[in-house]
Design a protein around this ligand. Sequence first.
Ligand SMILES: CC(=O)N[C@H]1[C@H]([C@H](O)[C@H](O)CO)O[C@](O)(C(=O)O)C[C@@H]1O
Length: 236
Amino acid sequence: MKTFAFVFARGGSKGLPGKNIKPLAGKPLLAHAIEMAKASSVIDRVFVSTDDAGIAEVAQYHGAIVIERPDALATDTSPEWLCWRHAVNWVNEHYGAFDIFVSLPATSPIRRIGDVEASIEKIKSKDGDICISIAKTHRNPFFNVVKLREDGLVELMNTPDAIITRRQDAPQAFDIVTSFYTTTPDYILTQSGLFEGRVSHVEIPKSHAVDIDDIYDFKLAEIMMRETGCECAAKK
Ligand SMILES: CC(=O)N[C@H]1[C@H]([C@H](O)[C@H](O)CO)O[C@](O)(C(=O)O)C[C@@H]1O
């Protein structure tokens, strides 16, 4: 079975300009994803889809194959799903058919190779159409997450069947972490969203649940990278 990894990295990031190639722990952010993919014995190739020449250069330097992304798929409102589809079609055309698609967002640089490989194994064994990474969260939609009502008051996001007085009594909630999304090319070409099919998961520790949107996330990632010993690629 052929497993290909993909990093989707556009140039025009608003929250933290230039974030995809901003150095984190001594290397450009996206290099962490590329190096992890290259270190995995079950990932055969790694591609970077980008509209940006600077990102393309860094990607190539670190050993990835660059997919030129059309500008129309690199705007603030372009759905990532369509970028996935474009990449699958491009790879089918240039490198032939493959079996497993793994997206490794550059913005989640702290990940263990074993967790990514566990997600690949799940999709290979048909445990879900798509496998995502999740981490336990203490924010709970039945307990302490609210939405605004039209009258300006707030109410719980989800109403529990009975009154809950301790968060621990609410169902455990999980954050979707952007560490990896693993599926098949066929699922991407025939469905139009993450949650249309059967979604399986790999639970990862909170210490690896970093998603860089702005400079504060970036600083947090630097601290967490030091804490986790930058061992993510090596630790199975
Ligand atoms: C494939 C895909 O759609 N990825 C998107 C994810 C998922 O939608 C989310 O993890 C789970 O639904 O959300 C983002 O990270 C986000 O909103 O910051 C943007 C990213 O483009």
